[in-house]
Structures are given as C-alpha cells and as structure tokens.
Design a protein around this ligand. Structure first.
Ligand code: UD1
Length: 340
C-alpha cells in the first residue's frame, strides 16, 4: 500500500503542483481545502496531468471538530503537508486578527490531531520573510530570524516556533519547515498555475497580466536600491522545483533520514535577480514586450534577499533545476491558457 499524505491547501498554487509531484511519485493524496482562494476544478486539472483525481474534503481547518472527524475518517495518514494559510502581506496589515486566527489556529488544530491520532510527520510551508532584511547575503539557515515586517510574516515565524516546541514535547513527532523564496511559474502542461484574486500584488502575475493587456503598465517599485541596476533583488524559484522539495522532505521523514526531530531548510535557487532582470528575462524567453514604468519603492519591501541552498542540496539531495527563462516562459504559457 502506498503512503497516504494529507495536503492542506492542496488546490492552491504551490499545493496543486505538490499534489501532482506526490501522485507522480506514487503517494496517495487527500486534500483538505476551504476553497477560499482556489477552485474545485483544480482537482480535474490534476487528474488530467497525473491520471488520478485526489481525494478531497472541503472544510476550514480552524474548525477543530471537523478536523477531528476528518482524522477519524482517514485513519491511515502517514504525513501532512500544511500549505493552507492566508498569504497576502498587505491584507494582513489591515486584518491582523484574521491572519493570526486563521494561520495559527489551523496549525495548532492540525498538531493537536497529530498528537491525538498518532500521525507523526509534518512538512510546513514557511517563508524567507522570517529573515527580514538580512545583514549578510546569501542567507543560510543560521542567519538569525528578524522581527517580522507584517502580521503575515509573523504568523510564519510563530508557526515555526509552534512546530518546534510541539515536536520537542512529543518524541514521536517530526517536522520540517521549508522556507520558500519567491515561487513563480506554472506546470509545463499549463493545466495548473497561480490564480490571483483581483489585482495581483505579486510581481509575476501582475507582469503577465500586463503583457496580456489586462493591466496597462507594470510598476517597478523603486530603482534607487543599493543593487547593480537599482531595482530590488529576490530569489525566484519555479513552483515545480519547489513542489519537488516537498516530496524529498516527505521521503526524509518517512524513511527516518532526518538528523533532528525539527529541521528547516531554505528552498530557493541561490540566484539573486532584480525586477529589471526579470523583465529582461521575460522578454527574452517569450519575445513579448513588457510595458513598465519606474515608480517609488513599495512600503515594507526589503532591498535584496537570496538563498544559500547548500543545506537543502546536501541534506535533501534536492536542487532547483529550471532556468529563469524557462520559469518565466511557463508563467506566460499559463497566462495565455487562462485567457483562452
Ligand atoms: C512577498 C513576501 C513573501 C510572500 C510573498 C507572497 C515579504 C518580504 N515577502 O514577497 O513572504 O510569500 O509576498 O505573497 O514580505 N514588484 C514590482 N512591481 C509589482 C509587484 C512587485 O516592482 O507590481 C517588486 C517588489 O517590489 C519586489 C519584487 O517585485 O521587489 C517581488 O515582489 P512580490 O512578488 O510581491 O514578492 P515579495 O514582496 O518578495
């Protein structure tokens, strides 16, 4: 019998790509999602790619009783990958209680059920936001975490602490937090990808919508940063490479290859890329022109961050494979697909 994995938030952007990679690796997947920021049709899209429709239950993870009922029904779970969370930085500043309520209670309910139902392996969706603006680049896992810039970022940091403390209090539990850099792109089939609600906040969906004619112009937030071309630097990782990191993290837990009960890894490419370099790479990869203008810096943005990925490379035996051009090409293919 294949191992059964619960994927919370499995119809979302990173979740859906991870479900595909898990199913392709032979895992039996059950998704729990409240569909607050995703569509049920994603299940059919996943089936088109993998030939298997994942099991699906729709409810909110902040509902303790529903979650306990779920654990009773699915009594053979081997591990959990917890993606489900609110993730808009700006919204979290306006609605901090909603963010703390949703992101913290969901995790605590899951971990309570792990204790109660003897499910012992957890992979958690964390973020490089826990580093703030680091003093030294690239950031390693030893780089100290900083006070979060937003309630959203703070929930990621607090969730890491909750996992660490809960894992150390129960000798059977094991957890891995993956600190994602900037996930972008879409599956090569263009059957799944990012579906932003309303006007996108993130760079790549805004860029592809601009090139598609939905938005007039991309605003480049700042060209006066202390970087070679003045625009801000991030580490953009293809979502399929990121999805594969979850599969190896699950294997590590199930095969007891982890060094410590609680571990955390940077998941990026190791390359720092500026906003202007993104535009250049997109234009090269797609032969489309990106209309843009330079505007003021966006409040709360950091200047530059990119990962040292040696720990993930050495310990997980994982590395990002896609080039930036390939990744941006996949994002454009997806944008054209959703408009067709
Ligand atoms: C942020 C969060 C990250 C979160 C992610 C997804 C921080 C430090 N990072 O990433 O944790 O997971 O959002 O919601 O809080 N840009 C433009 N024009 C645009 C949009 C963006 O120039 O229209 C620039 C930004 O200034 C930034 C880069 O593009 O330099 C990437 O921005 P974005 O895609 O929003 O991601 P982050 O802010 O890095």
């Amino acid at each position: 019998m294949s191992n059964q994995i619960l994927v919370t938030g499995g119809t979302g952007f990173i979740g859906s790509h991870t479900v595909v990679e898990l199913q392709n690796s032979g895992y039996d997947v059950v998704i729990v999602d409240n569909l607050s920021n995703s569509k049920i049709e994603v299940l059919d899209q996943i089936e088109e790619i993998t030939g298997i429709k994942p099991k699906f239950e729709q409810f909110d993870l902040t509902d303790k009783n529903k979650l306990a009922g779920f654990f009773e029904k699915y009594s053979n779970l081997d591990a959990i990958i917890h993606f489900a969370a609110s993730k808009a930085v700006g919204e979290s500043v306006e609605k901090p209680l909603m963010y703390y309520h949703n992101n913290l209670n969901s995790l605590m309910n899951i971990m309570q059920c792990m204790n109660d139902f003897d499910v012992n392996n957890l992979v958690f969706s964390s973020s490089c936001t826990v580093y703030g603006q680091p003093e030294k680049l690239p950031v390693t896992e030893q780089t100290p975490r900083k006070e979060a810039e937003s309630p959203y970022g703070n929930t990621k940091s607090i969730c890491e602490d909750i996992i660490r403390d809960t894992v150390y209090a129960n000798s059977k539990l094991k957890g891995i937090a993956l600190r994602y850099f900037n996930p972008i792109g879409a599956h090569e089939t263009a059957k799944i990808g990012e579906l932003p609600l309303g006007i996108p906040n993130n760079l790549i969906p805004f860029l592809t919508q601009t090139v598609a004619g939905i938005r007039e112009e991309l605003s480049v937030f700042g060209d006066d940063y202390n970087t070679p071309d003045g625009s801000a630097i991030r580490d953009y990782i293809h979502v399929v490479d990121l999805a594969k990191a979850h599969v190896v993290a699950i294997e590590r837990l199930l095969e007891n290859k982890n060094q410590k009960a609680y571990e955390y890894f940077n998941v990026g490419t190791g390359n720092g890329v500026s906003v202007l370099e993104i535009i250049e790479s997109f234009e090269r990869a797609t032969r489309e022109k990106v209309p843009y203008k330079i505007v003021d810096r966006r409040a709360g943005d950091i200047e530059k961050i990119y990962a040292d990925t040696s720990l993930a490379n050495d310990e997980l035996g994982w590395e990002a494979k896609s080039t930036l051009d390939e990744t941006l090409h996949s994002a454009w293919k997806w944008q054209k697909h959703i408009m067709a």
